[in-house]
Design a protein around this ligand. Structure first.
Ligand SMILES: [Zn+2]
Ligand SMILES: [Zn+2]
Length: 268
């Protein structure tokens, strides 16, 4: 059973729980290692990212907890860097690089917030073409390593989040396969892909990101994966990890984990 979780949010931004309460819960769950990954500062989003001031407080808070609980649990201070974040990767143990917004012709669109926001982006920025939207998204995703210095690629196909709520891409999927394949080929040399159960715990999805087709492709080219909860509540640590592990093993994956900025592997 996997008992390590490397994508965890706190009440520093949009999580429900204070970091120490999460650590206490993690110890109760028998978690061996936990990695905090708060949303890094994004200049145009004061709501869903750390302020400059809180960025320092966040790092200090996790550092203190690391020391306080060192006999009970291993704690890592990571960060979830958005495509548009301007924080410095060097300040953290590791970086998850993720896309939450698209910028098209100087307009910013939130693409993992609500079905309406995503539909508005497709309508206004891409004249209603889902295919153009997907191509643009995966072109940007392929740049995540350069933009964020990511060690882990976060929720690679997050745009599937609202597929059961009116944003269905099944009609355009086939034509955009070369675009996500390109992104995977490019990123898999330097990054590990996260298999993220956050869409399930929040009721949007029944399967993790990325979908099985993409996971099979990642496996076939020798890519690596780590299972993450993306939890915004302490109760969701390790959410659905057993089921996800089964899916990954049925594809052929044998080991899960990632390499931090110092080059140390964290095997789950
Ligand atoms: Zn995210
Ligand atoms: Zn996250």
């Amino acid at each position: 059973m996997i008992n390590k979780d490397y994508h965890v949010h706190t009440d520093f931004v949009d999580g429900k729980d204070e970091a120490e309460n999460i650590v206490i819960q993690a110890i109760e769950y028998g978690i061996e290692e936990i990695g905090f990954t708060e949303h890094a500062h994004v200049p145009f989003d004061p709501v869903c990212s750390l302020s400059r001031e809180n960025t320092v407080l966040y790092r200090n808070r996790i550092k203190n907890l690391k020391e306080k609980y060192q006999d009970k649990i291993k704690i890592l201070c990571g960060i979830e860097m958005d495509f548009f974040s301007d924080d410095n990767a060097e300040n953290y143990d590791y970086v998850i690089g993720s896309i939450h917004y698209l910028k098209v012709k100087n307009e910013i669109y939130l693409i993992d917030f609500s079905p309406d926001h995503t539909l508005e982006c497709i309508e206004k920025a891409f004249n209603g073409s889902k295919e153009d939207f997907l191509k643009y998204y995966y072109e940007k995703a392929s740049l995540l390593k350069e933009k964020t210095d990511a060690d882990i690629i976060g929720h690679f196909d997050v745009i599937s989040k609202f597929e059961n709520r009116g944003v269905d891409f099944s009609d355009s999927d086939k034509n955009i396969r070369p675009y996500w394949e390109n992104a995977v080929n490019y990123l898999s040399e330097k990054c590990v892909f996260e298999v993220n159960t956050g869409g399930i715990s929040r009721g949007y999805k029944t399967v993790p990101y990325p979908d099985k087709e993409k996971l099979e492709f990642i496996f076939n080219i020798g890519g690596k994966v780590v299972i993450n909860s993306d939890s915004h509540s302490k109760m969701n640590l390790l959410y659905d990890f057993d089921e996800t592990e089964k899916i990954l093993k049925s594809i052929g994956f044998k080991q899960f984990g990632f390499k931090d900025r110092k080059g140390t592997w964290h095997v789950q």
